[in-house]
Write a new protein. Structure first.
Length: 473
């Protein structure tokens, strides 16, 4: 219950969602699959690749698990709670499988990679286990499983980026889309399981990224988010004699597709975000002024144990530089409380850092030890859960105030907003986002507007999580 402090979706706190594209005729397919995704955006994006591979094989997506021949869970291992959620869901599927014996259940994603064949022993009714780099082999594995074998492929790859696969946009609003630009992570933060579940970092062919973004724009999308665990270390060399494409160059290429295509990116590692990226952001109006810059801890000593390779002072200088070059930029963060050996003084340093950076919002977690990580091997998980949670609550309280203050500062300003759809609470209001990634809700009035249009909205109120406004003519 303490795991997430904001209303925004992220990581495993984002509930599993069943996906099916709206525009496919279900009767054209020989079998139906149902896919539920957990974890970070990368996983949701991977589910769209999986859907594309399955479509090619004549499988159609369904939102109704009861009518599925194949059930997939795309899983997350980032914290223990994320894995527990998936195990619970698997137990529910077991009952369904008993009623419908031909149904296959497959585990995809990070838990598949972490637990490998062990998952088959632990979860007896799982038929397929497929790691994040092995989705191309899904059709083969499905036929093996059809033949009664347990099918496993958890090989990690050094070069798989699924560059040539056009994702089937699942559950899409038709306005905003995620485009994966790299896979894996080489950073080895000591608390983190991702380098083990996702393998070595590799960058996707720049041309294929541009093509995918152009296709989205032509299909009416107005915003792309470039995705990777560490986008700032994107580096692609097209041919031996051609100039390498850095992340700043890639951002520029995507920004140049069309002035009314918004560009976002996630996630930046503070150590890798360069001035070149910040200059590129300031040069193009359509690159959104928002940076997710995970802090993790405000104490240099803890940061060292976490293997984050920056100090408190270095991080502060980075925040200063962002605010200097991009005065309007929104900044958000990830914070972990109760990492190994964390003292009350370390914790206070994290709190003071939140106040220094004035984050618009943060995703906050208490430390969850993950088997096999550097921290698990080197340090003792020595902070009692009660203390971890108490510190988390303190951080949450501080961030809540900061988020509210940040919203209050926007009252009286006018923002360019991309309309995404109806407000959740009222059909007579629109919901959209500012460049800074803040959600804003405003009455539709008598104007004839549609999702995907840009409007100017004057902010006249707010809650802690949302701006409230009115259309400017
Ligand atoms: N690549 C991204 C983060 C991926 S995981 C980055 O480097 O920013 C998202 C967040 O989950 C991390 O930033 C961290 O705050 C949190 N996290 C990762 N491992 C964790 C663990 N073992 N316990 C608690 N939180 C963790
Ligand atoms: Fe994990 Fe660190 Fe890589 Fe992010 S940068 S995925 S926290 S190892
Ligand atoms: Fe989870 Fe894997 Fe993403 S562990 S956060 S789904 S990379």
């Amino acid at each position: 219950m303490f795991d997430l402090a904001t209303t925004k979706v992220h990581n495993e706190a984002r509930q599993g969602e069943a996906f099916a594209p709206f525009d496919l005729d279900p009767n054209q397919f020989k079998r139906r699959f149902y896919i539920e995704s957990y974890g970070c955006q990368m996983n949701f994006s991977d589910s769209e690749i999986v859907a594309s591979i399955l479509n090619e094989e004549g499988f159609g997506a369904t939102r109704n698990v009861e009518e599925a021949d194949l059930i997939f869970l795309n899983t997350c291992s980032i914290r223990e709670k994320a894995e527990q959620t998936v195990r619970k869901r698997l137990t529910e599927f077991k009952k369904l499988k008993k009623r419908r014996p031909g149904t296959l259940v497959g585990v995809l994603g990070c838990m598949a990679e972490r637990l490998k064949a062990k998952l088959l022993e632990e979860e007896k009714l799982v038929d397929l286990v497929i790691g994040p780099d092995a989705y191309r082999t899904l059709p083969q594995l499905i036929s093996e499983a059809d033949g009664g074998q347990k099918a496993v492929n958890v090989l990690l790859s050094r070069d798989e980026t699924y560059a040539d696969i056009s994702p089937v946009r699942l559950n899409s609003n038709g306005i905003t889309a995620f485009v994966s630009i790299m896979r894996g992570c080489n950073n080895m933060c000591s608390f983190c399981v991702v380098p083990f579940t996702r393998g070595r970092e590799r960058s996707r062919d720049a041309e294929s990224i541009i093509r995918e973004c152009k296709d989205l724009y032509e299909a009416g999308y107005k915003e792309v988010t470039l995705l990777g665990q560490n986008v700032d270390s994107y580096y692609y060399v097209p041919e031996a004699d051609e100039a390498p494409v850095t992340f700043a160059k890639l951002l520029e290429k995507v920004a140049l597709i069309a002035p009314d295509l918004r560009v976002r990116f996630s996630t930046s590692h503070p150590k890798d975000i360069t001035d070149e990226v910040l200059f590129t952001m300031s040069k193009y109006e359509n690159i959104c002024k928002y940076i997710h810059l995970p802090l993790q801890s405000g104490s240099t000593r803890v940061l060292q144990l976490m293997n984050r390779s920056y100090t408190r002072e270095w991080y502060m200088a980075k925040v200063d530089r962002i605010k200097e070059l991009l005065p309007e930029c929104g900044i958000s963060s990830d914070v972990i409380t109760g990492f190994c050996t964390e003292t009350e003084d370390d914790h206070k340093e994290t709190i003071s850092m939140l106040q220094y950076a004035q984050y618009d919002m943060s995703y906050m977690f208490f430390y969850s030890e993950r088997p096999g990580t550097l921290a698990h091997r080197r340090y003792t998980d020595d902070i009692p859960e009660g203390i971890k949670k108490r510190r988390l609550q303190e951080i949450v309280d501080v961030q809540s105030k900061l988020s509210h203050q940040s919203n209050l500062r926007d009252i009286g300003k006018t923002f360019k907003v991309l309309i995404e759809g109806d407000s959740k609470k009222s059909k007579t209001a629109w919901m959209g986002r500012t460049s800074q990634n803040k959600v804003i809700v405003f009455e539709k009035m008598h104007y004839d507007l549609k999702p995907g249009e840009y409007v100017l909205v004057y902010v006249n109120g707010c809650t802690q999580a949302t701006l409230l406004g009115e259309l400017v003519k």
